[in-house]
Design a protein around this ligand. Sequence first.
Ligand code: MOS
Length: 732
Amino acid sequence: MNQTLFPTPSGTMGPALPRYEGRAKVTGDARYPSDVRLARTAHAYLHTSRIGRGTIEAFDLSAARAVPGVIEILTNETIGGEIRQMPAIYQGGYLADSAQPLGSADVAHWGQPIAMVVAETYEAAREAANRIGVTYRPHAALAADMDAAEASEQALDPISFGVGDFAAAYEAAPVRVDARYSTPAQHQNPMELFATQCAWEGDRLTVHEPSQNLNNIRFGLAEQLGLDAEKIRVVSPYVGGAFGAKGFLTQRTALVALAARRLGRPVKLVATREQGFTVSGYRAETRHHVQLAADRDGRLTALRHEGWELTSRADSVAMGAVSMTARLYACPNIIGRVNAVGADRSTPGFMRAPGEMSYGFAMETALDELAHALAMDPVELRRVNDTPVEPVGGLPYTSRSLMQCFDAAAGAFGWHERTQAPGSMRDGDWLVGWGCASAFYPAQAGNSAARVRLSADGRVHVSSAGHELGQGMYTMMAQVAAEELGVPVDRVTVSLGDTDLPPAVVAGGSSSTASVAPAIMAACDAIRRRLGIEDAPPASVMPAMEASGMGVIEEFAEARAHGQPPESIQGLYRGMALPTGGAHLPSRVQFALGAQFVEIRVHARTHEIRVPRAVGAFAAGRIINPRTAHSQLVGGMIWGIGSALHEHSEIDTRNAGYVNANLADYLLPVNADVVDVQAILVPEEDRLVNRAGVKGVGEIGVVGVAAAISNALFHATGRRLRDLPIRLEHIM
Ligand code: MOS
């Protein structure tokens, strides 16, 4: 892969410092939660359902119990109702789904944990789990996906809005597009598996679990097990990839905690790669109906986007990103609507840019179809419909640099050399196509606190229970404290990933920096007040005294509750599916924006699809560290290539199970698929979005890539492909 390592900082960007924890990671010093070795650990292994829906008639545990080293086997018959059923986060709870762990003999979906073996060794636990006999009574009619006759429209907190008179404007327009799109189920597959270790000391429980949301685990587990949350500590200093799958408490944690309590010794579970497909949430398959109408100059006169998302029977979940796609372009007549379709599957969840990826594919492909119908350059179509005001509520965007992104990316890509007719850029045996699309993501934030300590020797320690997923949290925290207090960054140390520290928001919704950086700034204010230098500009402090400060982000009054008893902290985290703010503020709309450009080559005879280059440009407010931000964006763009051309969790309709639940069969882009990826950081200053001026870059990189690829494929071949993933058999 050819690419610059990171762009030169410009505008308000901070320095491109190397990673705080880089050495620890590359030398193996970084200890991930499953690396922690505790004395006398017993090992757990899940046994998961092999049917899609039905009832367990009987277990035969004799062969499993006969395996040497087996200590205990938990099933619905032996667990004894010790774990309470709790609502999912979507209904105001904490859990990724509302199932009660080993709660009954009912099976809701393939891959559901129905037993857990605990043994002296991992191998014994696995052997015994494989020897568990189960007699099932399968349900007669199974809905494996949205096409199944038994799939059903499911109640959903309505996501439905509009402005103007869509129907009249659509009918009256001279140019129209009416098209349907689909995206498949996809799984995050973080490198680090879903691991949990639990150890009790008296009535205090320590949980080692890789997590994007430590306090969600703490408070959710407290309710599930009827414990005092103050007695639960969750530790996760490093996370080996998460992408939404480690955002919320899953069923496994309470099972491991319960087993450890029963045994009076630590218990460790590492779910297998296959089990990871149903242990946590995933990107649900979606369907879309988009209708666009425009005048002859390309100005949108009517826009309608309706989405359908697969969900489980038990939990109605929808990402509903029409709240982005229907609010991005000037248009007087708009309808946005989202539906949930229930099937016999595990509850879906968040996966990197959960709704924006799929809804963006539909809308940004439809816009390309409109540009083609208008014989208009697709960049110019976006320019004609650019707007400083969000079109549904009439609210201003805090900042909007969409066209600056298009101009920067188009320039770097060489877009002006494109010829418009499909098939017109052939190069020998290769059909060449160039396509583009917008990228977007809401700028969000959530309740967070940080503590900063200044020592007499000029050293600074900054702590917050944030999460290091590889995105650069340690580096960001050190950098912000160093900058605010005017100390060299190598004098700053950082603690994160521990519920004993001041609480931080979920590392999701691209909100970590936007939430924790302002808290660190507020903590530094407190120090400067204590030193009597509150008026001195940042970086002018040469302290020679002890001081510490606690800061919370100001926009969320509830966050001030920190320092009060844990119950009030818990209030901050109850039902926190995503941080507040972003698209839902009453006075303004705050989006990070970007532009994606892709070159596609399709071999005329073999139909092999290649992506020789991709250029993205992104404006996301202040960039604290261009190196880590750039890495996030390039990673996101590579995810976009995977989502468009490779990734598809394939379902066996006979048992609603995933047939490719492993990294051999679940296709991902490899180096040969990712040739030249360039991410440009467009300087943008936004004083309204939050004190740090940060919009977040964790997810926007993936958005729009799939549409840019499908648009480039149309340009190369004249074939419009509206269903992901796009593989060579689809363009034969
Ligand atoms: Mo992200 S899907 O909010 O972890």
